[in-house]
Write a protein that binds this ligand. Structure first.
Ligand SMILES: *Cc1c(COP(=O)(O)O)cnc(C)c1O
Length: 364
């Protein structure tokens, strides 16, 4: 079976570097908030082109902390896309704010500018922009839109490690940004992990407090915080992996380029190509097709795994039915979740496997 991810295929040199990292932490006798976390935070901030990165326990907490560190809380409305991971909406609620779900652009799966405009109220405080699948788009538009409407721009960059728009990295556009290092993400730990990035020293200081019980210094609690620290072990593993990120992203882009060039089928449509080459890091390669179940079964019978991101829009989830949405409805999101399909795009696919996938799809 050709799977959506296969970590056992990580290069030998990378696996060895991770073993060294593991042994170093194990033998250091220090497991929470030490030099490994500090070093990774510095490296991640430098990679993203921001002043500060703060490690967190996971991506959900990173969203909550990113919002709270930017000053968003009770009574504030935060507009986001209804096609995203559940953590996007839950993070807003966990920050004490009120999520408002907007529709998407069907060609990209990203937040629709018209729908966001319809969702604005006097209480709107921020837009949580999700760089879905690794796409960074229309950043000039969103920056201007937020400035004109006196809103904060916050990024959910959990799928967009290293995606660049006009030479700036995902995670460097907003007041704050949230990353996840869940194992399947483009930069993944061997467990849970996350980070908040920012240019603003005050937001960074708040993030440092919030992730560690709201402490300003030991046993001095200034806000009601979380226990959401990135482990020394995960930080060391992430530092070992970081030097590989660009070459693995390059492989994802090559796979996407082959799909776009060599798949010829009128059974489905690709998403719009990125505005510039580096503005998509292909965390997922997504197509839209009718009769999706039939196509998935066909792929499976040919030894090809596929997946759906996501099978329901956030406003359709049982836990989220009360959440306010665009008053004109979310027809694009509702249609999109019935047709979107992710096909394998991980960096360890072999040429033979890619040939097989492309051939099978073209024969369908
Ligand atoms: C993975 C993901 C998250 C949540 O990250 P966790 O580390 O699983 O909590 C948030 N937003 C998006 C868009 C994601 O893909």
């Amino acid at each position: 079976m050709i799977s959506m991810n296969d970590f056992t295929r990580e290069p030998e040199a990378l696996q060895e570097a991770m073993e060294v990292a593991f042994r170093t932490v194990m033998r250091s006798g220090h497991y929470i908030l030490g030099t490994q976390v500090e070093n990774f935070e510095k490296a991640w901030a430098a990679y993203c082109g921001v002043g500060f990165a703060t490690g967190t326990g996971n991506g959900l907490d990173a969203i909550e902390i990113a919002l709270r560190a930017a000053g968003i809380g009770a009574g504030d409305e935060v507009i986001t896309s209804s096609v995203s991971a559940y953590a996007t909406v839950l993070g807003i609620q966990r920050a004490g704010a009120i999520p408002v779900l907007a529709d998407i652009h069907p060609g990209t799966g990203l937040l629709s500018t018209e729908s966001v405009t319809r969702c604005l109220t006097s209480k709107t405080k921020a837009i949580l922009l999700v760089h879905l699948y690794g796409q960074v788009r229309q950043m000039e538009y969103w920056k201007t839109f937020c400035a004109e409407n006196r809103l904060l721009l916050i990024e959910d960059a959990a799928q967009a490690h290293g995606a660049k728009y006009r030479n700036r990295c995902a995670g460097s556009f907003g007041t704050t940004a949230a990353f996840s290092f869940y194992p399947t993400k483009n930069l993944g730990a061997l467990g849970d992990g996350g980070a908040v990035t920012t240019h603003d020293p005050t937001c960074a200081m708040k993030a440092v407090q919030l992730r560690n019980y709201g402490q300003m210094r030991r046993y001095h609690h200034v806000v009601s915080g979380l226990n959401s620290r990135l482990d020394e072990l995960q930080a060391a593993l992430l530092s070992a992996k970081l030097p590989w990120l660009d070459s693995l992203t390059h492989k994802r882009k090559m796979i996407a380029a082959r799909y776009r060039k060599e798949i010829h089928s009128d059974k489905f449509t690709f998403l719009l190509p990125p505005e510039e080459e580096d503005a998509h890091v292909y965390h997922l390669f997504v197509v839209n097709c009718n009769n999706r179940d039939r196509f998935m079964t066909y792929l499976k019978s040919n030894g090809i795994e596929s997946d759906i991101h996501y099978p329901a829009a956030l406003h359709q989830q049982p836990a989220s039915l009360q959440i306010r949405t665009d008053s004109e409805g979310l027809p694009n999101a509702e249609k999109y979740v019935t047709t979107c399909l992710s096909i394998p795009c991980h960096p360890f696919l072999t040429d033979d496997e890619l040939d097989h996938i492309i051939e099978c799809i073209n024969k369908y």
